[in-house]
Write a protein of this length. Sequence first.
Length: 115
Amino acid sequence: VQLVESGGGLVQPGGSLRLSCAASGFTFSIYVAGWYRQAPGKQRELVATITGDLKTNYDDSVKGRFTISRDNAKNTVYLEMNSLRPEDTAAYYCNFPHSYLSPYWGQGTQVTVSS
């Protein structure tokens, strides 16, 4: 199992970023995928999830600003982030919760929102 996140960076408040997570080593399309984030000194938190049949769910803090999607043909899950705020600053990770895949994590991608 390999998870590789990318797309993070430094962005001004109100800006946008699109994160990607390329997955390999398992049958990607049948598992719920999630994006998590961890800010310095805080616990890792779940931001959004998407099922294999594209049902989505979001934490209230990102609802209306972030969009999770997946391309099962490319084994990739995305997180489109708009109207970014300083409090969105964190390392972002993808994961496949509630399955045997849940112990596997990638290296994460850093998102910094600052003027």
